[in-house]
Design a protein around this ligand. Structure first.
Ligand SMILES: C[S@@+](CC[C@H](N)C(=O)[O-])C[C@H]1O[C@@H](n2cnc3c(N)ncnc32)[C@H](O)[C@@H]1O
Length: 366
């Protein structure tokens, strides 16, 4: 399937929408906030000449609280640094934020939300900020050479450009039968195929951005990764493990054809910090300024497992539904996520983890 054509987070602002259910992504972006602030402030110091236009891109911006926070933080930090540098108000740089995502992202809602922001209204002492959309895949060129000062990508680069082709034999037969990602029952070659696709994609991303980011520009990238102690050949995120169990259940009920399950490979890779660092170093265009790993228990404030499972199910549905309904058909979606909620509740009741491991990395163009 051509992922770029139809992958999207759930649209709108209803109960099952991405914008109402991206609390995990918001939490991760908050963890990266100090690095974002230091990057913007360093950029303002380094561009030296006042009145320049600062160009920022949010790659895989999606919709909801994160792109809103990115726009506000950029404006606030440009303003703060200009004050510190005692630049006159008429010397304050103007800002352009390019909001990038695949064409099926809900850009209409994003702009409706953004245009309500007070900071975007013309006011004395606040730098003027212009917003633009740049639809398209960040695994290709999106901007002219040397234009960007800062690139931000929160929780987007663990999405692969495609399911790894190495998951099929030469005869075109699926080799990861019964699974939707790397699992304990996967042949060893499966983890290798996923890593190879991730290496290829991240390298392409870095190469494209190395053309577009100016000589001292920065990039702040956050990934949903895997814990340091994990075994790369078997580790899978708990959501995908439970999603696979729910699909298997529907197969056993005769509601999904087994061959459909065998042919579904989730286009995600949970990288380790070392894997990301070594890809950056090998590609060579960016230097690592800072890197941090964090962990986050999803919806841990909820004591009732039934309620917590419902929240986690809506969260998971908000970013997986477009792929699931496209591959398995819209008619099974409701049942599938009902089963997911039940299995999630059992998972939590057994004391199993619902943790996200994140890698936050700040890069400088070298
Ligand atoms: C989990 S969402 C993160 C959205 C937002 N950055 C946030 O933190 O809430 C991942 C986003 O990456 C986008 N995405 C995935 N692959 C992409 C690609 N190749 N090019 C551009 N955007 C992509 C998805 O459409 C989605 O909006």
């Amino acid at each position: 399937m051509d992922l770029q054509e139809f992958l999207h987070m759930n649209e709108g602002d209803g109960e099952l929408s991405y914008s109402q259910n991206s609390f995990v992504q918001k939490g991760v972006s908050l963890m990266g906030q100090p690095m974002l602030e230091s990057a913007i402030q360093s950029i303002i110091t380094e561009v030296k000449s006042p009145s320049k236009v600062i160009k920022v891109a949010d790659m895989g911006c999606g919709v909801g609280p994160v792109p809103l926070a990115v726009v506000s933080l950029v404006i606030q930090n440009v303003q703060k640094k200009c004050k510190e540098l005692k630049w006159e108000e008429n010397e304050m740089p103007e800002i352009i934020v390019f909001l990038n995502d695949l064409p099926s992202n809900d850009f209409n809602l994003l702009f409706k939300e953004l245009l309500k922001m007070e900071l975007l209204k013309r006011k004395d002492g606040v730098p003027l900020c212009y917003l633009m959309t740049t639809p398209g895949s960040y695994y290709g060129r999106l901007f002219p050479k040397n234009v960007l000062h800062f690139v931000h990508a929160n929780y987007s680069l663990h999405w692969l450009s495609q399911a790894p082709p190495g998951l099929y034999s030469e005869e075109g037969m699926p080799i990861n039968k019964g699974n939707i990602y790397i699992s304990k029952t996967s042949p060893k070659i499966v983890a290798k195929a996923y890593l190879a696709q991730f290496q290829q994609d991240l390298t392409k991303f870095l190469k494209c951005r190395s053309e577009e980011v100016y000589s001292k520009g920065r990039m702040l990238l956050t990934f949903r990764g895997r814990p340091v102690s994990s075994d790369a050949s078997t580790w899978q995120p708990w959501e995908l493990q439970i999603l696979a169990l729910a699909i298997t259940h529907l197969v056993s009920q005769g509601l999904i054809n087994e061959s459909k399950l065998d042919a579904f490979d989730f286009p995600y890779y949970g990288a380790s910090k070392d894997e990301i660092e070594s890809i950056v170093q090998e590609e060579g265009s960016f230097k690592i300024e800072n890197v941090n790993t964090t962990a986050q228990h999803v919806a841990h404030e909820m004591e009732d497992n039934v309620e917590r499972a419902k929240i986690i199910s809506k969260f998971t549905r908000s970013f997986t539904e477009s792929l699931i309904s496209r591959h398995f058909g819209e008619d099974v979606v409701e049942l599938l996520y009902q089963k997911f909620t039940q299995l999630m509740c059992e998972h939590l009741s057994n004391g199993e983890s619902a943790e996200h491991h994140n890698i936050i990395i700040l890069l400088k163009r070298s």
